[in-house]
Design a protein around this ligand. Structure first.
Ligand code: 5GP
Length: 287
């Protein structure tokens, strides 16, 4: 049993709280917070916009895929999930590589927006419509560095190729699991860090509905939004009620984003049910 209250809080992330266990171990405690467009929507003091069971789904799915990756010879930071504490995992400390490794199989999300604005080309032979199939997987890394920290990336430059190889192997593993569950893996993100031997390993979360877009095969159509079984449900809602536009307008004027709206109870329940359904269909385990 790990009592996180007894540990030093190292960092509060958008969704995970990170505690120091000893020199080379961290404890990741997965909360029921949800974020979208880099804004935490949940107020933990009041419980507003918390998604019940979300922390356990994320921790258990990450554990499942970290173990699967290890079995396939892909190194990860996962060490253990303490018995009876299903929202906690113990991991190796790493030196975080400040890049989000994103792989896409379909034209969607920010890649679709960038394509429409003429900022991105597609591999030849791709379907040039919303949700169109890309003729080959596309790697779109984004930096995790804050403004003014971009030079931090230079020493890591050579690791991009190695990271990309890991991303492709993880892509194959996740696609295989999605295939078996009757789902399409639209795109996903992984994060990487260096362990104490200097190896690049998978960290953070893996194969969760926070970091992947999962599409039920039977509802896939091109040229329109696909009813995604993941955090996209919340993003779509925030777009539809105009909150995303208000955030973008504020950002473009250098202002603070408006405070998040209260999510309706049907949406909270829909997200909860969807996350549990994804856990069960990908792992074959009961939640
Ligand atoms: P997009 O760039 O289209 O918004 O996202 C591409 C993919 O990467 C999606 O599967 C999305 O869930 C994932 N992704 C992008 N940025 C983040 C992030 O900051 N956090 C998480 N958890 N996933 C992200």
């Amino acid at each position: 049993m790990i009592d996180v209250q007894q540990l030093r809080l190292y960092k509060t992330g958008k969704v995970r709280d990170i505690y120091e266990m000893d020199n080379d171990k961290l404890v990741l405690s997965h909360s029921d917070r949800i974020s979208a467009f880099d804004i935490v929507l949940t107020d933990e003091k009041t419980g507003k916009n918390a998604i019940p069971d979300k922390g356990s789904v994320l921790a258990r799915l990450s554990r499942y895929f970290f173990e699967k990756a290890e079995n396939a010879g892909i190194k990860t930071h996962f060490l253990e999930m303490p018995k009876g504490q299903e929202n906690i995992i113990v991991v190796k400390t790493t030196d975080v590589f400040p890049v989000e490794f994103i792989m896409r199989h379909y034209l969607y999300g920010s890649y679709y927006n960038a394509f429409r604005n003429g900022q991105m080309e597609l591999p030849p032979g791709s379907e040039r419509v919303l949700a169109g199939k890309l003729s080959e997987p596309v790697f779109t890394p984004t930096t995790k560095a804050e403004k003014g920290e971009h030079d931090v990336l230079l020493p890591y430059f050579r690791s991009m190729e190695e990271g990309k190889e890991i991303l492709y192997r993880i892509g194959d593993m996740l696609t295989e699991s999605c295939d078996k569950a009757g789902m399409i893996l639209c795109d996903f993100k992984i994060e990487l860090g260096y362990d104490k031997d200097g190896s690049l390993i998978v960290i953070d979360e893996l194969g969760t509905p926070d970091a992947c877009r999962f599409w039920p095969r039977e509802s896939y159509r091109t040229g329109q939004r696909v009813p995604s079984k993941d955090k996209q449900i919340v993003r779509d809602y925030l777009v539809d009620i105009g909150y995303k536009k208000a955030v973008d307008d504020a950002k473009s004027k250098g202002l603070q984003p408006p405070s998040p709206p209260e999510l309706p109870s049907w949406l909270v329940e829909k997200v909860r049910e969807t996350y549990i359904e994804i856990f069960e269909s990908l792992t074959g385990e009961r939640f």
